[in-house]
Ligand binder design. Structure first.
Ligand code: GDP
Ligand code: MG
Length: 441
């Protein structure tokens, strides 16, 4: 799948200290193949690759991320962009009812979607109604009625026995009924064909003109790949739509259609369907879809955390202070919080060079103990944090009471802090850290 391929492409970058232009070119070539194999439309692939290349080559060296992470971050951001960036919310009419018309080929999942939308809208506090305008297929009206019942919403349908009926007329009367019964949203289900044809387009267009929908949602089966683009284009020209709904994302299609349709038609994807049941439905979130396509949810989270936790300037100042023995408890707290943001301390320990020789100090870093340390430092005044030397016996008692610990805990922390500060400045001397005076002479 697309996800598997992208994952392995980007995995190959890991462990590289620096990326050459050749590395980036090779990576982009592979991403290109992966996208094409996933049925992403060629023009979309071209634009995408060009952007990635340009950004990757021009990327500033980041303090927080290694080069591979940086490329992953860029690919992810561009994926999110191509998928529409922000989550697009449903437009509601100023004067209810809001009319939402569904359009798309037969079998795309419109009728199923009508039920899903109805249920979801109810959950959002709306009072939706469905209108059955697919009078083409013998069982279509009944199918919508079943779906409506499951969702617990009323369905407006032409009276049986009145001949085939006119879908435009049904649509118009449906809206009138919704207004009368004070439904604030109306979902209009329409007929599809197996392929794009002129009659289908005309009917859909006539319904649209009759009900003036707030949203026309083009419903498309994500599994049809390249064809999604052509179909979308035909509907965009023939009927016009304001948003896209991708269905059958539970199939093995992993984003080809999503990437193409949005980019080619310029219309946002609003919802995603991923199963036959009414609950298999969600608002479409470009960022979540991107990480699903990338198949790197964990890596992306890690990148985000690393970036958040990393504040170049603060770290430099702290390193400076560490080296010169001026570290305060405030700095200490800040660093501790930054590190804790990245996850359980135990996972990070392995990364520390020479961790073995600092056993005693590292014993402090057990999670429960860290909570206590945090509480103690928070219980200190700024002056105390700044200059722990002033923390005399009566202050220790006050801090202990204030943060719910024993005086011996406060003593312990203060003593260990002094030890650690001394040790850091010695280490800085040995390793030539800034401020340690070990480097320059
Ligand atoms: P319509 O012709 O556009 O109204 O399409 P339907 O709503 O009748 O759906 C056609 C078929 O696709 C039905 O068998 C649905 O159960 C199925 N279907 C619809 N949406 C999904 C989906 O998200 N996932 C899966 N697996 N099947 C779906
Ligand atoms: Mg249908």
């Amino acid at each position: 799948t697309l996800s598997d391929r992208l994952t392995s492409v980007l995995q190959n970058l890991r462990g590289k200290g620096r990326l050459s232009d050749a590395d980036i070119d090779a990576t982009c070539r592979e991403i290109r193949v992966a996208l094409l194999e996933a049925d992403v439309a060629l023009p979309v692939v071209r634009t995408f690759i060009a952007k990635i290349k340009e950004r990757a080559k021009g990327a500033e060296v980041s303090g927080a991320l290694n080069p591979a992470q940086q490329v992953i971050k860029i690919v992810n951001e561009e994926l999110v962009g191509i998928l529409g960036g922000e989550t697009r919310r449903l437009n509601l009419a100023k004067n209810p009812p809001t009319v939402i018309m569904l359009a798309g080929l037969q079998g795309a999942g419109k009728t199923t979607l009508a039920g899903k939308l109805a249920k979801w809208l109810r959950g959002q506090g709306h009072t939706p109604m469905l209108v059955a305008c697919d009078l083409q297929r013998p069982n279509a009206v009944n199918q919508l009625q079943v779906v409506g019942e499951r969702a617990g919403v009323p369905v407006f349908a032409p009276e049986p026995g009145n001949g085939v009926g006119n879908p435009v007329d049904v649509a118009r009367r449906g809206i009138e009924e919704a207004r009368r019964a004070q439904h604030d949203v109306v979902v209009v289900d329409t007929a599809g064909r197996l392929g794009v044809d002129a009659e289908l387009m005309k009917q859909a267009k006539d319904i649209r003109d009759a009900v003036e929908p707030e949203e026309v949602l083009f419903v498309v089966d994500a599994m049809i790949g390249q064809d999604a683009v052509n179909t979308a284009q035909a509907f965009a020209d023939g009927v016009g739509f304001t948003g896209v709904v991708l269905t059958k994302l539970d199939g093995d299609a992993r984003g080809g259609a999503a990437l193409s349709v949005r980019e080619v038609t310029g219309q946002p994807i609003l919802f995603a369907s991923n199963g036959e049941k009414l609950e298999d439905f969600d608002v479409f979130h470009p960022d979540r879809m991107a990480s699903r396509i990338l198949g790197m949810g964990d890596v992306l989270t890690l990148i985000e955390q690393a970036e958040q936790a990393f504040d170049q300037e603060k770290a430099e100042v702290a390193a400076q202070k560490m080296g010169s023995g001026q570290l305060t408890l405030e700095d200490f707290l800040e660093q501790m919080l930054a590190i804790r943001k990245m996850g359980p301390i135990a996972n990070l320990l392995g990364m520390l060079p020479g961790a073995g020789q600092m056993k005693d100090q590292l014993a402090m870093l057990d999670e429960k103990h860290l909570d206590r340390v945090q509480a103690i430092i928070r219980g200190m005044t700024p002056a105390e944090r700044d200059d722990p030397k002033i923390i005399n016996a009566s202050r220790r008692l006050r801090i202990a009471n204030g943060s719910g610990v024993k005086v011996s805990d406060v003593n312990d922390l203060v003593n260990r802090f002094f030890d650690a500060r001394k040790m850091m400045s010695q280490m800085a001397g040995r390793f030539g850290m800034p401020g340690g005076g070990g480097g320059k002479t």
